[in-house]
Design a protein around this ligand. Structure first.
Ligand code: ATP
Ligand code: MN
Length: 452
């Protein structure tokens, strides 16, 4: 039975005989001894293995162990006299499981650029930084479920293939059976695509089960090749019945603070690595987010602030135009210096399902903006009034017959309800300080690129 290095380093049970499995990170020889750093992916730290000529394969194999080789090591755990580690393993058996040819193994000791590592996405999780992202991502995923389940939310698996284009932005990938001669669009009787959001279906369950959430893959044929857009990403979408915009804002803020606290508490070594090598001051930034109340302004106020800013922007600022990333970042980074919720956007630039405010010019939308990223959460109170929804859908040119199920929710026991979408990769970018979203998903899909 193998023991994971993370557990060994936590328990430090010296005197025990243990077996570890992993990959050689480095080897150093000094007169009849070798010091071998072995990592198994369970944590950032490696375990030092001491090997000597008592091993039958010392001269033939151990002395030649190269980076990337997979090994099984058995031995006794002892207190380490060296600085930088509490314990080490004195090996009495080292089995080489798989060689890694040092002539061709691409991960040598030097630091590699993230761009280079993207070209070897099958090997990059073996690096310290990408391994840490993998562990932090897993922890955050777990914490998302803990947050919602702990508050009585019920998880709904919304469909991946759908016939409703929630955002109506024409970013839906089309799905066809691909069979030669098959009528492209008619496997499902009509055009279908990969979901851009589970929201509409989550609303169905919210109006039956109260508080629900989805957490699943989402697809957008985004033409924009930016550092914060992917063609395939994961989204967390809570939907709450008997809830208005204010309640929605509260739960979003509580959730973000919960997730940041959880990851700092449970992934301290990985988070220190990001703080040290990826974004200096990261931990303080995150702790400040946890400690401060989010700022809140309306879209109209945001436009005023941007218009009176001394800064010149690339994109125009005018009431009625959407905020661009540069505007969002200016507001959260330079004006408020903390997360900022912007609410009540012009109805004309937001999807049909958002609740129309009094006066009809704006809708009860909310975006949460964070420093370094811009938009991390987008949400709204939903239109629960049948007639208002119908006229919004007509304005948007939507075929009502296709959405009768959605309209029915407003005919039978309609209630005020609200929800939002948190882009999981944007969250991980914020938490790790990674500049490019391609580094925070194991296998990024972007225009022109989906290697493995
Ligand atoms: P943006 O303006 O940044 O493109 P959006 O307005 O299209 O975002 P929403 O439709 O509100 O975003 O989606 C909800 C959340 O999903 C966003 O706040 C963001 O965190 C995330 N998100 C949206 N598009 C992408 C994408 N292409 N890649 C990764 N995350 C995304
Ligand atoms: Mn978008």
């Amino acid at each position: 039975m193998k023991t994971r290095i993370k557990n060994i380093l936590q328990e430090k049970g010296t005197g025990q005989r243990l077996t570890i499995t992993g990959w050689v990170r480095t080897r150093r020889d000094t007169g009849g001894f070798s010091f071998i750093e072995v990592g198994d992916g369970s944590c950032l730290a490696n375990l030092q293995v001491i090997a000597d000529s008592r091993l039958t394969n010392y001269d033939s194999e151990v002395k030649h162990l190269s980076t990337g080789t997979s090994v099984i090591v058995e031995g006794e755990l002892k207190e380490s006299p060296a600085k930088g580690q509490a314990v080490e393993i004195h090996a009495d058996r080292i089995e080489i499981v798989g060689h890694a040819d040092p002539e061709t193994y691409p991960l040598q000791k030097k630091r590699h650029s993230f761009e280079f590592l993207r070209e070897i996405s099958h090997l990059r999780p073996r690096t310290n930084a990408l391994g840490a992202v993998g562990r932090v991502r897993s922890r955050l995923s777990y914490a998302v479920h803990q947050f919602f389940q702990g508050r009585g939310f019920i998880q709904v698996h919304t469909p991946i293939i759908t016939t409703s284009d929630c955002e109506g932005a024409g970013e839906m990938f089309q799905v066809s059976s691909g069979k030669p001669g098959a009528k492209e669009d008619h496997f499902f009787g009509r055009a279908a695509g990969l979901t851009v959001s589970g929201q509409l279906q989550a609303e169905v369950y919210a109006l039956a089960l109260g508080d629900v959430y989805t957490f699943g893959p989402t697809f957008r044929a985004e033409k924009s090749n930016t550092s914060r857009h992917l063609a395939e990403f994961w989204m967390i979408e809570p939907e709450m019945a008997f809830c208005d915009l204010k309640g929605n804002m509260q739960i979003a803020e509580e959730m973000l603070k919960y997730l940041l606290t959880d990851v700092m508490t449970n992934c301290p070594e990985d988070m220190e690595l990001f703080d040290k090598f990826i974004e200096k001051g990261l931990l303080k930034k995150l702790q400040d987010v946890v400690d401060q109340e989010f700022a809140h302004i309306t879209y109209t106020e945001a436009v005023d602030r941007l218009k009176s800013a001394k800064k010149t922007f690339e994109f125009p600022v005018e009431w009625g135009l959407d905020l661009q990333s540069e505007h969002e970042r200016y507001l959260t980074e330079e004006v408020f210096k903390r997360p900022l919720t912007v609410t009540d956007y012009p109805a004309a630039i937001k999807p049909f399902y958002m609740r129309v405010n009094e006066g009809g010019k704006t809708v009860a939308a909310m975006d949460i903006l964070v420093p370094g990223i811009g938009e991390i959460v987008g949400g709204s109170q939903r239109e629960e009034r049948y007639d208002v929804l119908v006229s919004r859908m007509e304005q948007a040119g939507i075929n009502l017959a296709d959405y009768q199920w959605y309209l029915d929710l407003r005919l039978y026991g309609s209630v005020p309800h609200a929800g939002f979408g948190l882009g999981f990769e944007r969250l991980i970018q914020f938490v790790t300080g990674m500049a490019n979203i391609r580094e925070v998903i194991p296998f990024p899909r972007t225009p022109g690129s989906a290697p493995c």
